[in-house]
Unconditional design. Sequence first.
Length: 644
Amino acid sequence: MKKLTSKLISTVMALSFAVNPSIYKVMAGDNSNIEIKFNLGDSNLYINSEVVNVTAPYSAGQGTTMVPLRVITEAFGAKVDWNANEKKVTIKYEDSEIIMYINSKEAIVNGNTYSLTESPVINNSTTMVPLRFISEKFGAKVSYDETTKGITVEKSSNESNKENTEENINVNDLLNVSDNAYIGDSNFKWYMKNSPSFSLTERNFNGSNLTYTDDKGLNEIVIYIQTDIPKDYSIDEAIANEKSYTANQTLVSQKQSKKDGADYFEISYKTKEESIYTKLYLKDNILYDFNAYISNESDKQNTDLTLDLFNSITLGYKNDGSISDLSSINEAGLRKFEQTKFKIAMNLPASWTQVDDVSDKINEFIFRDKQNYDDDNNPPSILIRMFSHEEGLSLSQWAKRDADSAKAIYNPKYYTQKLTSGKIGSYDYSGYDEDLEFPNGKKFKTSSYYIYGKNYRYQIFTILSEEDYKNKQKHDEVINAVNSFRFEEPDKEEIGLLSEDFKDLESSEIKTKQIIIKKAKLKADIPVSWEHQEDDVYFDYELGLQFSFYTIDGKYNSIDFLARSIEYMSNNVIEKKNNVRIAGKQAAYIKYSNVEDDETIISEQYLLNNDDGIVVISANYLDLYNGARTQRLIKSVIDSIAAN
């Protein structure tokens, strides 16, 4: 942090914290709500309707409102400390701690660093700070009346940072939206007009999906940006998809053209509840999908404002200071993921995104590189998981247990593993590396890192294709992301227990349930986790193992004939036996492989006679998963089969 050494500044800063008696008069009452009202340039402020005379607020830079720090903090009852040597202001309010430095655009909130639109300054012996940044950290709402040109800060007594959702807190902390004329994203290259009547209520990790809502909760501007579309994707396909969504609505207008250097399409339509406006831009293999939703309950003024903001959306970005940047990319080109509830953080490359539709688990976070990857080219990925401690399980035991279970899944000819240990920052870790080659020739390298905190434990899992692993840039991106992982001990009372749904794949003790195969007059014990798909077909999702029972009637009267037919139709017979016994009866066994869609599938078939024909018991699975676990499961089911 840049140090200020001027003795004059130290003296002025001290003077700026002189007590203002009128403020204490306002604070003396037990007010249920906090309301601050003022106009720019006016030295009279109203705190809960009582006049307070202060250094007049003013507009700085591209419209950032600067106000006296002392007024805001005293009105909220916050505690303010001043460090003259460091020129540091520390503000504590409820569960928030804000640290700012004179003439610095960096602020620290609860240990996390944020960028200010304007730095705190000393003006006429008074410390002036950006209004919106301070107020929103206090859980207050800042609004602007275009008619009176008045600014209002409001917070009711039942509001607190705790009562805001974690997502909304993260949005406000991340955006630092000021009073600039525009908001936009320097990474995705778009901007639009800003309005104090609208606020950002939703934003995903990388800013590709966000919602901008009016203060009445009636109208929204919603933005979707898709960066992973196929390279040959056209605006005509985007239009067709859009029209398929709106087929049941009343069409108002539509137009296709070129705009802002992109293929462009706009359409509007109505439903019984609202009017919807959509703009599609396709540029540089990115699809921009901008939408305005205007409620039928919206008055003309609010409707006109919403449309004015929506129609101001422009592709491109101006670096002239007029735009409040919604991008969370820092100067190093990284984007910080931070989960404030669980207090975990990691820095990821700008092209990465958080994957929200894979898991509903609150303690699982998945990230992927979405740039220039498609379904046939798997991107680098990182998974973070968090669990409570398990009694008697040390760090090295946890890593070894998972490593042994992973090894049991795979066919050894496609899989190798090595135990690891080391440091991630100041944390010790144990883990293991895997080399995995799919039968179709695709190769991947994975790494698992296990870390212990005081009350919780953390797992980081990474996966890269062989090509990306050999690409120094891609490899370093993943390693640097892992090394940036940080955690603090969260409140155990608030988080509670986070149990790991671990299934010991090495264990011979498998919970089973009995099934009855009526037509075959047999019964068997299968794992309780197997899903009943149809008739007598069951499926293990973890191993991709399909187990089925079916009976072939008198059309075939010979097990040997059926076995020869299977052998004839298969690509490759691996093993066959005639001396197998199932349910006390002699049976034939044949194991073979077939190749389907570049995947090698193993089939194991047991054939035995019963009163109605031949019973075929079949186990089918990918050769990749032909490991100890699969073989143990098949054997346990076959051994359990008995007459019913």
